[in-house]
Design a protein around this ligand. Structure first.
Ligand SMILES: [Zn+2]
Length: 485
């Protein structure tokens, strides 16, 4: 069985959009002005525009993890930290880059990327949260302003592509990556502006540690992760972790962040089972060799220290090797002790769905949704399963219900709506849903085209017509604001 990331064919669908679940509904009006005293560098609206162009470049240059659970975990952890940061209303977007290098970065517009390599290197949740809190602080403290400034001197897609290439660590390997038309001098300038100064680093550590403590996460996570990165530079030699090229770690800095952490003392939470499960999930699902992964977990569960994470890994490894029955057995055993855990339930339902046990899968999703009403990850799985089971009408009703919640208005969920509508809805509804996907991917122009097409369909009620027209007006305003500069 060729494994695909848990996103099914239905989720990616026939509609061709850039691959990712990353999205966040952002308009210039939502952005608080951070009160930058110079005021001349970049306006909040320009930052939104640069952020959208940056994210498009990231999608073009990197593979993003589209597994709803891994992506959802990072978003939840990120949201928890943002809620306890100095800018809780700033529209951050967290996403996972499929790349084994140890790296994390903050881009314009609050886009924060975490490489899978970093997630696997972090030993516990507080270490991962430490890096994320540090990146959040670079955004809230406006440390990227100097890099944004280049946007005023160069054409926007070019500078966005350049920033993306540098932050992803591909700029040196592939000088052409989305950066045509950039001279070596300009590229060097941007690189220098992206390298945070020591003062910036210390400030991001200080603010980040405060965010960790406020979030109830162990503040020692940050110095502990940096210390390990610092030690690893000796081993890496020339190919040191990418993270260190933009965030130099010195012994002095580690000592300082350690004493900051001491001010708060150890937080309650060092780790969570969910973090261990997500790591195992990455390890097994991302492995190039499923047979080796299976052997690995078969021996891991025999150890005395083996816990639920090892058994979950074994279940996923069985699944990847096509041993669906054994996989199900492992998951059912885990659910005996921990029946309500969504990670086990969704894995079981996914396997059931692939093994043709459609009814069992659908009722497991439904039951899980009744345990956690409004949970967006389970909702997405359920809608995708309904479509796959040929129940597009129910899928459409379910996704429309989900979209009443503002949090649900992500590109991934709009894509599901478009898919369900294309099968069972009126034709104009597919256009309306697609318009939202395009807008979230930073193309209001394509979104407007979709809405115009929607209005051309016959049989629209007056109510729907008015709604589409109102949305069209909003999108035209967004586009006009962009073109003004
Ligand atoms: Zn930094």
């Amino acid at each position: 069985m060729k494994f695909r990331w848990l996103i099914t064919a239905v989720l990616s669908g026939t509609l061709v959009y850039p691959h990712s679940f990353v999205s966040s509904e952002i308009t210039g009006n939502d952005l608080p002005d951070f009160g930058d005293s110079s005021g001349s560098l970049i306006s909040p609206a320009q930052e939104v525009e640069l952020g959208a162009a940056f994210m498009n470049s990231i999608r073009a240059q990197a593979t993003l993890v589209s597994d709803p659970e891994i992506d959802g975990y990072i978003r939840q952890l990120g949201d928890r930290l943002v809620a306890n940061s100095d800018a809780p209303s700033y529209p951050f977007t967290f996403f996972v880059v499929k790349d084994s290098s140890v790296n994390a970065f903050a881009g314009p517009g609050g886009y924060i990327g975490i490489h899978t390599g970093l997630m696997l290197t972090a030993r516990n949740e507080s270490e991962l949260a430490g890096v994320m809190a540090h990146e959040i602080a670079h955004v809230t403290q406006r440390h990227l302003l100097r890099a944004y400034e280049s946007a005023n001197q160069m054409n926007l897609p070019t500078v966005a592509g350049m920033i993306a290439a540098i932050l992803l660590g591909v700029a040196t390997e592939n000088a052409d990556a989305g950066i045509a038309g950039v001279s070596a001098i300009q590229a060097g300038n941007i690189q220098r502006q992206l390298n945070f100064t020591r003062a910036n680093e210390k400030e991001a550590d200080r603010i980040g540690i405060q965010t960790l403590a406020r979030s109830g996460i162990d503040p020692y996570g940050m110095p502990s992760f940096f210390e390990r990165l610092h030690q690893s530079t000796r081993l890496y030699g020339n190919s040191m972790p990418e993270f260190l090229s933009t965030h130099p770690v010195t012994t002095d800095r580690i000592a300082e962040s350690m004493s900051r952490a001491e001010e708060y003392g150890h937080g309650k939470e060092l780790d969570s089972l969910e973090f261990q499960l997500i790591r195992v999930r990455l390890q097994v699902l991302d492995s190039n060799n499923p047979q080796t992964a299976l052997k690995d977990y078969q021996s891991r569960v025999k150890k005395a220290s083996a816990g639920p994470a090892e058994h979950y890994g074994l279940a996923l490894a069985y699944w990847r090797n096509g041993a669906d029955e054994k996989a199900q057995k492992q998951l059912l055993a885990l659910m005996k002790d921990d029946p309500d855990r969504t990670t086990y339930r969704t894995a079981l339902a996914q396997i059931q769905l692939e093994s043709g046990q459609t009814q069992e899968a659908l009722s497991l999703y439904k039951d899980t949704l009744s345990l956690y009403p409004g949970d967006l990850i389970i909702g997405q799985y359920y809608v995708a399963a309904l479509i796959q089971a040929g129940q597009a009408k129910q899928a459409r009703a379910q996704v429309q219900k989900m979209l009443r919640n503002k949090q649900a208005r992500t590109a991934g969920i709009y894509k599901l709506w478009a898919k369900a509508a294309s099968i069972s809805g009126p034709a104009w509804e597919t256009n309306v849903a697609s318009a939202e996907v395009y807008n979230l991917y930073g193309s209001p122009k394509l979104a407007i085209d979709q809405l115009k097409q929607a209005l051309n369909h016959k049989g629209l009620s007056q109510y729907d017509q008015a709604r589409i027209q109102a949305r069209l007006k909003e999108l035209k305003q967004i586009l006009a604001a962009r073109q003004k500069r």
